[in-house]
Design a protein around this ligand. Sequence first.
Ligand SMILES: CC(C)(COP(=O)(O)OP(=O)(O)OC[C@H]1O[C@@H](n2cnc3c(N)ncnc32)[C@H](O)[C@@H]1OP(=O)(O)O)[C@@H](O)C(=O)NCCC(=O)NCCS
Length: 149
Amino acid sequence: MDEVVAFSVDDTVDLRRSILRGGDPAAQIIVDGDHVAGCFHRGVRRNGVPVATATAFPCPSPDHDASAPWQLRFMAVEFDLQGEGLGRMVLTDVIDEVRRLGGDLLWANGRDTALDFYRAMGFTVVPGSAHLSPATNLPHHRISMDLLP
Ligand SMILES: CC(C)(COP(=O)(O)OP(=O)(O)OC[C@H]1O[C@@H](n2cnc3c(N)ncnc32)[C@H](O)[C@@H]1OP(=O)(O)O)[C@@H](O)C(=O)NCCC(=O)NCCS
């Protein structure tokens, strides 16, 4: 039975690199947000191996005037396990934790190929936010979710 648990940043790095950076050994996969006070990581292990992960940390939104905004980063599920509900499990846990910590907005730069996943999770795509990621050069839009009760 899969269970979402707290991850360290070290638990996240292999998935970040393989799923989100094409396995590039030179990709920068630890970012400033990992050092922000309050940053946390969640994930799922199978047979002791991380197979899904996400990270969240306090960060102002470029689009919304929230009082306690958080950014979601590095949402990734092992290739051959995608579409089985692990992404939903991990992201639901992250949303619950950000809400528990008093966050009133969760936002992210979402890959265009993942926007339907984020819509299914209740995020809104920010109009006019299309951009290419500086890290990957892939098309993205910003997404956000209002966490106010
Ligand atoms: C995007 C990703 C995190 C989603 O995780 P997942 O485990 O594959 O998704 P789930 O199986 O939990 O799906 C949750 C919901 O999103 C929907 N969904 C997931 N991926 C989708 C897609 N590409 N297109 C349309 N809907 C999608 C599912 O149908 C499901 O909806 P439902 O629960 O209403 O039936 C995962 O596929 C992944 O790691 N992709 C590659 C890396 C990536 O793009 N990460 C995001 C970077 S911004």
